[in-house]
Design a protein around this ligand. Structure first.
Ligand SMILES: Cc1cc2nc3c(=O)[nH]c(=O)nc-3n(C[C@H](O)[C@H](O)[C@H](O)COP(=O)(O)OP(=O)(O)OC[C@H]3O[C@@H](n4cnc5c(N)ncnc54)[C@H](O)[C@@H]3O)c2cc1C
Length: 402
């Protein structure tokens, strides 16, 4: 009955009153501060500085950072609540918070005490983070990266090129995956390490901006490492473990993207209902037409299933903190399932919301078509839907073999 799991107990999701309080506080914030500026963000493609400061003020960056490192603590479900609520209105804020999780999680899981004390309080105060893995020849196939880090006189000297790196404009700390030993035939994923690279590192240059279709407010850039000198003490965890660490990080951050997608699906759903209840055709509200109300029912089902899957994955991911050096198959499986399902749901809900709006749905001014442009991106970054299916099928097999 529970195949591939052994027990029903794995389906535990515990939402507490403080999660709902957090959601309500964020809902007030988004309605007051974010709703009025979505158009400005779409047009200028940047989060206004005052709004960024307000995000810091409400604690958006400090959630998930333990109190002893200047954060407010909070579990993974709290993080999902924040991502979902903010992304419901401005999905690109979800990108900034998601990529900031790369240095947060990497240091909590494998960093040393000095790194945590130096970096985490700074992030809690709004110094955002980024994750640089993708290269022109290696996206889904991360084992194919070529960026090199060579140890010389107390530094790692990094050379290579990364593309599509989000949050670069806001970030101070970039987690970078590079090769510390030459690739071995058939064992390409070995010999990589993870580094904490500060944006002002000599030899690191921000290259061209990629002009992508959505997620306005967070532009991805190319990063060029030309003899970039990174102090030896900025190696994260153990040398040679970079690929495994990256896979574990992605198992967490894919749940962030699922929460971002749930927020977007909710945003599109809310707008679709409101329109359907007001717009009249053939002398009655379009909500009364089954062709429209069935769309709403389908959106509702997929949206709720996505939220449950996402919160469930977030709850399971807490286990990973107890075993930082092990990839927990349940976490990978739940995270990939949540990511694929929720992002495809966001795309579905955005498309249906546009359709329900008819002609005005494709008009920029209505603020609906942007959800569709954004949703497509969520099905691609942090592993495409195809890659999630690959992970899901692989880990089902792995769990069955345990
Ligand atoms: C807006 C945006 C922001 C991004 N931000 C970041 C970031 O901050 N940091 C970062 O490192 N990267 C980032 N990325 C990169 C992103 O993670 C990659 O684009 C993504 O992982 C896909 O890699 P690719 O583009 O190289 O496509 P490819 O890997 O070339 O894939 C092309 C197609 O082949 C399919 N495919 C590939 N392998 C398989 C397989 N084994 N089975 C089935 N199908 C397969 C893919 O699903 C896809 O449809 C970002 C991308 C975008 C668009």
């Amino acid at each position: 009955m529970t195949n591939p799991f052994r027990s029903l107990e794995i389906y535990n999701v515990s939402i507490r009153p403080e999660h709902e309080l957090l959601r309500k506080m964020l809902r007030r914030f988004t309605e007051e501060k974010l709703e009025p500026i979505w158009r400005e963000i779409e047009e200028k493609d940047i989060i206004p500085e005052d709004i960024y400061h307000e995000l810091v003020e409400i604690g958006a960056f400090s959630i998930g950072i333990p109190e002893k490192y200047g954060g407010q603590g909070g579990d993974q479900i709290s993080k999902m609540v924040v991502l979902e609520e903010l992304s419901r209105v401005i999905p690109s804020i979800g990108v900034i918070l998601d990529t900031t999780d790369f240095p947060i999680l990497a240091l909590i899981l494998w960093g040393d005490e000095e790194q945590r004390r130096r970096v985490l309080p700074d992030i809690a105060e709004g110094a955002a983070g980024a994750g640089a893995y993708t290269e022109p020849q290696a996206g889904s196939w991360l084992a194919g990266i070529e960026t090199k880090a060579e140890k010389k006189n107390g530094y790692y000297v990094i050379n290579g090129r990364k593309i599509f790196i989000s949050t670069v404009e806001y970030a101070r700390y970039i987690v970078v995956l590079a090769r510390t030993s030459p690739p071995k035939e058939g064992r390409l994923h070995e010999g990589m390490s993870l580094f904490l690279v500060e944006k002002d590192t000599p030899g690191l240059r921000i290259g061209s901006k990629l002009n992508v279709m959505g997620m306005k407010g967070d532009r991805p850039y190319e990063l060029i490492f030309d003899e970039a000198k990174v102090p030896e003490e900025n190696l994260i965890g153990r040398e040679g473990m970079g690929y495994y660490y990256t896979m574990t990080l992605l198992n967490f951050t894919r749940i962030n993207i699922a929460a971002q997608a749930v927020g977007m699906a909710q945003g599109a759903f809310d707008k679709a209902i409101q329109y359907a209840l007001n717009r009249k055709a053939f002398g009655r509200k379009i909500y009364a037409m089954q062709g429209v109300s069935f769309k709403i029912a389908d959106m509702f089902m997929r949206l709720q299933a996505s939220r449950l899957l996402t919160y469930w994955a977030a709850q399971i991911s807490e286990e990973q903190f107890k075993y930082p050096e092990k990839t927990l198959p349940e976490v990978a499986l739940a995270g990939s399932a949540a990511k694929a399902y929720a992002t495809e749901t966001a795309e579905y809900c955005a498309r249906e919301a546009v359709q329900i709006h008819g002609g005005v749905g494709v008009d920029f001014e209505t603020g609906i078509e942007r959800y569709l442009r954004d949703a497509v991106i969520t099905t691609i970054y942090e592993g495409t839907s195809e890659i999630q299916r690959h992970i899901i099928s692989r880990f089902i097999h792995k769990i069955l073999q345990q």
